[in-house]
Design a binder for this molecule. Structure first.
Ligand SMILES: Nc1ncnc2c1ncn2[C@@H]1O[C@H](COP(=O)(O)OP(=O)(O)OP(=O)(O)O)[C@@H](O)[C@H]1O
Ligand SMILES: [Mg+2]
Length: 259
């Protein structure tokens, strides 16, 4: 059981100590990491994925439930409580989507055969071009791969912590992802340039020059702003889907409310 994860400060790109005491993240929490290009977002999420112990160049330290994670937890993939999905994450096995999920489900001792179909269906709610069960995982697009792995992490994977590095560029339906992972009770940490995701998360970590510069918590005006942006985002999404489907835009999409 993971109750909390604590990040202890390291050093910025100039070698100066980060100016926070610690950052405590709780199970089921949604977190975003924001900041300019090159500010150290991926470096921070990588520290979390590695459960760094002052042994990365940032010199940060991560504890789980107040304890230094054992080597077993750090290095045994079966024990690792964290799954990270990045822009470069690929499935290398020469398997169909169905076989890939079945092997994972079997490894996790899940006997419910419906879980395979459910996972593919869930992945297909995130992505425009549908994944079929007999599609080989190696030929899935970047967005499809990430959609499949996120659905797999929600329904089959045991990892209570999910790290997502800039999934928005995959054209994934992100509000679905935030809601579903949150409902699954998992801790999710998004590295993001996307204002909608940043506003949808409870905790926001701001990066600069390789260091955590500030930590902000979602407030009421931000929740309202998120709602408005989501509505706008949905409209933009509708236009995007129309364009992707090869259609021409023949009326003012932004003034229309879709059901
Ligand atoms: N604390 C640090 N000390 C030294 N180097 C750092 C530190 N943090 C980040 N870096 C280095 O700075 C560079 C940019 O960092 P990183 O890739 O994490 O940025 P990013 O915020 O993810 O950028 P992008 O938005 O482009 O993905 C990398 O080469 C990384 O190794
Ligand atoms: Mg990055």
């Amino acid at each position: 059981m993971i109750r909390e994860l604590i990040i202890y400060p390291g050093v910025d790109k100039s070698g100066f100590r980060e100016r926070f005491t610690y950052i405590k993240l709780k199970a089921g929490e949604t977190v975003s990491i924001v900041g300019p290009t090159g500010s150290g977002k991926t470096a921070l999420i990588t520290d979390i994925e590695l459960l760094a112990q002052e042994d990365t160049y940032t010199k940060r330290r991560i504890t789980i439930n107040g304890q230094v994670p054992s080597d077993e937890i750090r290095y045994n993939p079966a024990m690792k409580p964290i799954v990270m999905i990045t822009q470069n994450t690929k499935c290398f096995a020469d398997l169909t989507t169905e076989e890939f999920l079945r092997i994972h489900a079997r490894a996790r001792k899940i006997s419910d055969h419906g879980v395979i179909k459910d996972t593919i269906d869930l992945a297909n709610t995130f992505t425009g071009e549908k994944i079929k069960k007999d599609t080989r995982v190696t030929v899935l697009s970047g967005g499809q791969t990430r959609s499949l792995l996120i659905a797999d992490a929600i329904l089959i994977g045991a990892a209570p912590i999910i790290l997502l590095d800039e999934i928005e560029n995959a054209g994934i339906f992100k509000q679905e992802v935030v809601r579903l992972i949150h409902n699954a009770g998992k801790m999710v940490i998004f590295v993001t340039h996307d204002p909608v995701i940043a506003l949808l998360t409870k905790t926001r970590i701001i990066m600069e020059n390789g260091a955590v510069k500030n930590i902000l918590y979602q407030n009421e005006p931000e929740i309202r702003a998120a709602r408005n942006l989501l509505e706008l985002d949905r409209k933009i999404g509708n236009v995007r889907e129309e364009l992707r489907a090869g259609k021409a835009i023949t009326f003012d999409f932004l003034s229309v409310n879709f059901a």
